[in-house]
Unconditional design. Sequence first.
Length: 352
Amino acid sequence: MKKTRVGIIGCGGISHFHMNGYKELEAEGRIELVSCCDIDSGKVAAFAEKYGFPRHYTDAAEMMKNEELDCVSVCVWNSAHKDCTITALRGGANVLCEKPMALNAKEAQEMYDEAKKAGKLLQLGFVRRFGEDAEAVQKLVSEGTFGDIYYAKATYLRQNGCPGGWFGDKKFSGGGPLIDLGVHVIDLTRYLAGCPKPVSAYGVTYANLGMHRAESEMGWHVEEGEHPYNVEDLCAAMIRFDNGLTMSIEASFNLNIEGDVGDVQLFGTRAGTSVNTLRVLTTKDGRFITFTPEGEHSFRFGPAFGAEIRGFVDASEGKAPCKAPAEDGVWLMKIIDAIYESARTGVSVEIK
Ligand SMILES: NC(=O)c1ccc[n+]([C@@H]2O[C@H](COP(=O)([O-])OP(=O)(O)OC[C@H]3O[C@@H](n4cnc5c(N)ncnc54)[C@H](O)[C@@H]3O)[C@@H](O)[C@H]2O)c1
């Protein structure tokens, strides 16, 4: 049987997690690692050697012209997602693009349209959908445990946690903790609630701490010529959905808080839960009760990426439906655009 031919664009931090997943599939004889690409020639050469890619490139268009690839992971910084994804789709590959889908909804829509035109799969790197915690909660949702989920709280708060470099430079990242961290928990919440359509958002952003910390020992030092730090520290927002669900979201790179906090909480007509602890809070025979479902339900980064890559290859081979389709990436970018627009204007923004 022909092996699925795999390539990767962007050989930085997150690409190694994609590679762990591909290496597992290579060991099973399902895929062939064909070529990798990064604009940094030293980095891509070392990457090719480390993972055993026979060929490497510094230009994605050249790679797609020279190679026949079935599956391509796009792991570049956010501002390059659109061009690299479209290049890979036009070159005939199915694409797994890292989150956030793009800098904004307009770019995301172009990527979505291109995938449709090319007749190729475009999956989003919503890795939280592939966690054992998400699977356990989704099972409870499908059993009707929570009833109608009408309120949800998504949090991803870091005390002092901008990854630095391009992540703090809006031109490359599109924004701060909302687009980088918030995107994970907004998507997970929406996914667990059955992917309702967002209708409006009201949000605020603050940039009080990071700008100063950037020049202090508490953060990172910005050398001349390096990326400026110009993104928000904190974003808080309320998102309304067409099925009556309201979601609150808080995400920060910098906040005067004791340590880092992250969770997704769902509140339904029958029960509520926190994804982190996966305790179900409900009532029975006139009493409040709490129970913990059996089985594994923690979020583990490595296994979740393994499941994401396996899911991508399965979907590209037509063996399973895609669990994180491009359509949901576009909705997420519409939500993010609306929150930033609301923070700028001070009024609630409609989402269409
Ligand atoms: N799913 C997750 O949990 C998760 C975690 C971290 C990062 N990410 C996402 O992964 C992406 C990459 O993040 P990272 O931390 O690996 O960044 P990084 O800076 O470590 O790596 C990005 C790489 O892309 C390369 N690159 C940029 N433009 C390119 C182009 N046009 N062609 C080829 N290579 C190009 C850079 O040279 C760099 O090596 C981002 O979109 C980020 O949001 C996702």
